[in-house]
Design a protein around this ligand. Structure first.
Ligand SMILES: [Zn+2]
Length: 231
C-alpha cells in the first residue's frame, strides 16, 4: 500500500510539475492521512526568472509556511547507489539541519541520524538517492496524520535525490552542490515551502538551483524569517 501511494504521488507530481506543495489525502491504517510533495527543479541559468522589480520593491514576504513539527523524528540515509559517499551524505544532511536549527535558535527541529542495526529497524524518515522517471533534482515528502481536531500533524518525511543528475561536494561548476540542495530539502522537511520566485530570487528556498551554485549553503533573509516564524 505504501509503495502504491508513493508511485501515485510521483506520477501525479510529474503531471503537475515543478514547485508544490502538492497535497494528497489518503487513509493509512484506516485513518485520514495526508502527504505534501515539494519538487525541486534544476535551473539552467543563474536567475533564470527575471526578478519582478515591482514585487521586490513591495518588500515581499520571502517565505511560505507549512505545519511545524511538534517533536523531532530520527532519520536515516537509505539506498545502495551513491554518487557521493554515504557517510558524506549523512554528514552534510546533518550540517544542513544544523544550519536551520542555528538560525531558529533551537536544536529541536530535526531528530538524530540513526542508521538502525545493520540497516534494520532504521527510522521511517529517510533520505535516498534514486532514479526517478522525471527531470526533478529532488523531491521532499512530508507525511501527516489527522488529529481529532481536524488539523494535520507531520509524522515522517522522505527526501529523494535524483541519480540522473551530477552531484558534487567540492563546489565544481558542472554538478549540483549536495549541501546546497540538502539545505533546501531539509527546509521543506522543517515546514518551509517555496517563496515567490520572481520576488525572492536569492533565498535558499527558491524553487530551483543551477550547477555550481553554492549560495544555498547558507540562509538568506526570507529563509531566516520563515524558520523563526515556524519555531
Ligand atoms: Zn523545493
Amino acid at each position: 500500500m505504501k509503495q502504491f501511494v508513493f508511485a501515485l504521488i510521483l506520477a501525479a507530481a510529474s503531471v503537475a510539475h515543478a514547485g508544490g506543495p502538492y497535497v494528497f489525502d489518503y487513509r493509512e491504517n484506516g485513518r485520514p492521512a495526508r502527504v505534501e510533495v515539494f519538487i525541486t527543479d534544476v535551473t539552467e541559468e543563474p536567475l533564470a526568472q527575471t526578478p519582478d522589480l515591482e514585487a521586490l520593491e513591495a518588500t515581499p514576504v520571502c517565505y511560505k509556511l507549512a505545519a511545524a513539527w511538534k517533536r523531532p523524528v530520527d532519520w536515516a540515509v537509505k539506498g545502495t547507489e551513491f554518487p557521493v559517499a554515504k557517510n558524506t551524505v549523512i554528514g552534510l544532511m546533518t550540517q544542513a539541519m544544523n544550519i536551520w536549527e542555528s538560525a531558529a535558535g533551537t536544536r529541536r527541529i530535526f531528530g538524530e541520524n540513526d542508521q538502525g542495526i545493520l540497516g534494520f529497524r532504521a527510522p521511517e524518515s529517510y533520505a535516498q538517492f534514486a532514479h526517478m522517471s522525471n527531470p526533478f533534482l529532488a523531491v521532499t515528502m512530508r507525511h501527516s496524520r489527522q488529529k481529532p481536531n481536524g488539523t494535520y500533524e507531520p509524522t515522517r518525511w522522505t527526501i529523494l535525490y535524483s541519480l540522473d543528475h551530477p552531484w558534487a561536494t567540492d563546489g565544481r561548476a558542472d554538478a549540483y552542490d549536495f549541501l546546497s540542495v540538502a539545505a533546501h530539502e531539509t527546509g521543506h522537511v522543517a515546514g518551509l515551502g517555496h517563496p515567490d520566485p520572481s520576488a525572492c530570487p536569492d533565498e535558499t528556498m527558491y524553487p530551483g538551483i543551477f550547477k555550481g551554485e553554492l549560495k544555498k549553503r547558507t540562509l538568506h533573509t526570507g529563509d531566516i524569517a520563515g524558520i523563526n516564524a515556524l519555531y
